[in-house]
Design a protein around this ligand. Structure first.
Ligand SMILES: Cc1ncc(COP(=O)(O)O)c(C=O)c1O
Length: 428
């Protein structure tokens, strides 16, 4: 298996950068008990991966869709740097703030943006680091030129963090926000493509839709949708808050103009880590919202969005450690495992005819998020019953829709089977 040092090198980090990480008190790839990874053919591979997380064993976490769990290497990277800042900030010579890693918010952070580019198969010059999805989307909604009467198409199932910056534009500038109704559950990809594409009019200038809908776990056919929109000159933006680390995201293949996402759910990075991507052919059209010295830098537009004033560098060490951990497990291996556990949950629950599903009927449109309920329960009641019976934490998504149940690589098949048994017990 690739060593961490080789992996870091293969994605463009020099030996100098590695020694810099080490100087800041962070892991330099030396194997310690805490970061030894099992080999790919180890029969206990996933149990050993579970040990890379300090998550308590006496309860079960099924709510990655809200916030993820950091592996130990991430926690260590953050806390080491925090300690270093508190003890040794006087080491900072302040000679070259483009390289010195004490505060974030000024550097181009290209070495991290390159890893993000690799994660989503996109040019890192179009990638900017943000705090979360809400501010990434706000930068785009606020920065795009639109005039009164221009239409923005979105759906009735968008998260407020994706939707509300467009509501601001509607109120401020008189653009028209039109919401198409997406069913829950969705029956097929074709149904969604048809619904979205027939909503386009000559006034439609922007399409903003989730890649995975947070309230149903539906993976939308975004490639087909974006192709159809782009053929009509519509600027396409996808909300990927629930995607990276849950499914593979390939921006080149999808062909969208812009994409926003985060690492603090499915990638296991610290909270407060997100990104925006805009196609380098279009990024120059998006005005800067949070402005500092780079506000007009069109050689590296991702830098101007990344530069947003003093921030916490410790969490960027955590973000980098999370991305390295992800690639160490492996792109396919990670996302296949998330889907395998989700499929096991969905097919196990499907044997119980009293369970109602709100995730899509087509298994290819589902991965790590499943949404379901049983008769006689509100979402809050089912959530509480899970805790009382099994110390398990899926999350309520309302009276009707029941719970949203996330499966992640730190979950085990045994945890999934125990969850199914609890539902069966509750629904007799
Ligand atoms: C689809 C979707 N968009 C946006 C958000 C907001 O993300 P953040 O809290 O990172 O801004 C979420 C959060 O759950 C989400 O699921």
């Amino acid at each position: 298996m690739t060593t961490r040092r080789n992996l870091l090198k293969s994605i463009g980090l020099s030996t100098l950068a590695l020694s810099t990480l080490s100087a800041y008190g962070c892991s330099d790839g030396q194997k310690t008990e805490a970061n030894v990874m099992p080999s790919d053919d180890d029969p206990d591979y996933w149990q050993k991966i579970r040990k890379q997380f300090i998550l308590s064993d006496d309860k079960v976490f099924f709510n990655t869709g809200t916030v993820g769990v950091m592996p130990r290497v991430v926690v260590e990277a953050v806390t080491k740097h925090l300690n270093y800042m508190a003890a040794d900030v006087a080491d900072w010579p302040y000679k070259d703030d483009s390289k010195e890693r004490f505060i974030s918010g000024y550097q181009d952070l290209m070495y991290i943006r390159s890893k993000v580019g690799k994660l989503i198969n996109a040019d890192p010059k179009g990638v900017a680091l943000t705090d979360n999805v809400t501010n990434a989307m706000s930068y785009i909604a606020n920065g795009i030129d639109l005039k009164a009467g221009d239409e923005i198409i979105t759906s009735n199932q968008e998260h407020p963090g994706g939707r509300c910056s467009w509501e601001v534009r509607e109120k401020r500038d008189g653009v028209v926000l039109r919401q198409i109704e997406i069913p829950k559950p969705i029956q097929s990809k074709e149904e969604v493509v048809e619904l979205v594409t027939k909503s386009f009019t000559p006034k439609t200038k922007v399409l903003m839709i989730s890649h995975i809908i947070s309230g149903s776990g539906a993976i939308l056919p975004v490639k087909e949708i974006c192709n159809a929109a782009k053929a009509k000159g519509i600027f396409t933006i996808l909300d990927g808050a629930q995607t990276v680390g849950n499914i593979k995201v390939d921006i080149q293949d999808i062909g969208c103009d812009a994409y926003v996402g985060c690492f603090h759910k499915w990638v296991g990075a610290p909270t407060g880590t997100g990104f925006l991507y805009v196609d380098t052919k279009r990024i120059g059209e998006i005005w800067t919202t949070v402005a500092s010295a780079q506000w007009d830098n069109h050689e590296d537009d991702g830098y101007r969005f990344t530069q947003r004033g003093t921030g916490n560098f410790s969490i960027l060490f955590g973000l980098e450690a999370a991305l390295d951990f992800y690639f160490q497990v492996g792109h396919e291996q990670w996302t296949d495992r998330v889907k395998f556990l989700g499929d096991r949950l969905r097919s196990g629950l499907a044997e119980n005819k009293k369970v109602k599903f709100y995730h899509p009927a087509d298994p290819l449109m589902c991965s790590g998020l499943s949404v379901y309920n049983i008769d006689g329960f509100t979402g809050a009641q089912l959530q509480d019953a899970y805790w009382e019976k099994g110390r398990m934490r899926p999350r309520s998504v309302g009276d009707v829709f029941g719970v949203r149940h996330s499966t992640h690589i730190f979950n085990s098949t045994d945890e999934i089977d125990r969850a199914i048994a609890i539902v069966n017990e509750l629904s007799v």
